[in-house]
Design a protein. Sequence first.
Length: 338
Amino acid sequence: MEVGLVGLLRVSWIAGTLPILIASLPCSGLTSFHRALSGFAKRGKTLQSSSEKFTVPQKFFSHFYVVAMVWTTFLLVTTWIYAYRMAPIVSKPFHYYTITSHLTGGSHIFSWHKTYSSPMEYRYGIWQSVFLLLLMEIHVSRRLYETIQVFDYSPSARMHIFGYLTGLFFYIAAPLSLCCNCAPEVYKFMLNGVAQFIVEGKNYVSDIEFDWWVFVISLLKLRWHQWIGAAIFLWGWIHQLRCHAILGSLRDHKEQTSEYVIPHGDWFQIVSSPHYLAEIVIYAGLVVASRGADLTIWLLFGFVVANLVFAAAETQRWYHQKFKKYPRNRNAIIPFFY
Ligand SMILES: NC(=O)c1ccc[n+]([C@@H]2O[C@H](COP(=O)([O-])OP(=O)(O)OC[C@H]3O[C@@H](n4cnc5c(N)ncnc54)[C@H](OP(=O)(O)O)[C@@H]3O)[C@@H](O)[C@H]2O)c1
């Protein structure tokens, strides 16, 4: 099952990225393929079509983050409990660990994961997943707040149903990719816990001890690359927050709800889609925090880059067509390069 989940996620990311890469090739034979794919990816200002066929309102973006919040919170809480009970990296009295392991039927935990060289490495791997999910939770909570409170989606703004379904899939697969190496074991552990609870009821719950300090201190014991990754994540996160605030303020007057203007400030001074650039920085932070050693997270990152560079190219074209005096020195998404 474990290889199945990891394999499935990897295939999905490759299947999502390849068509974008193919459509981006500068080959005249691929023009209609490129047009079809960009039709699926367009939304809001870049999807100005009279036909509403196969589209949904762009404010449905909030659905992505509701799904992401619920799913990431579930994965975070269950993985954190599993890490605390079954993979401690700070010393706890030996008998306590053995008892809890026995109670949950978890002696199999010592047959640690094949990809880790030692039991300690395996435990660090699980705590690393908790850390990555925590960063994801911080990201999707802000995005949910912004889609509801900051962005003033125009009533006429739409997105293609294909883009909508892709977004929903993304926010299920992305958090899962951050913990896919231990997800099957966490799942078995939780099932075991539920079964024990059904059999033993209140006695089972009263046997469980929680030391909140151990919960937190274990995260602080993580290694330097996790903290460098978190710093990169935070850098992208803060710039995305600022750029979204700028976008959200462009239509401060209610009568302007379908008007578009040239944004200025923060990373908008150097690129046209700084919020996409910031998203790439955020996911680069996750790659670094995972030590760059997990192919599934690299493939997730590849999809995010391909998808956002593709969308940024459409946005750049749209700005150049819409505004005659658009700043010529502004690149699409990668400063001084593209
Ligand atoms: N991880 C991923 O793969 C992924 C994929 C997609 C999006 N995202 C993230 O989701 C966030 C939002 O993406 P998005 O594509 O919805 O952004 P967007 O198209 O730029 O739209 C954001 C909001 O700003 C408004 N807006 C944009 N440009 C404007 C202008 N020139 N004048 C006035 N209003 C303007 C839009 O209005 P309209 O609705 O009228 O256009 C919309 O309300 C981004 O940070 C992005 O990184 C991530």
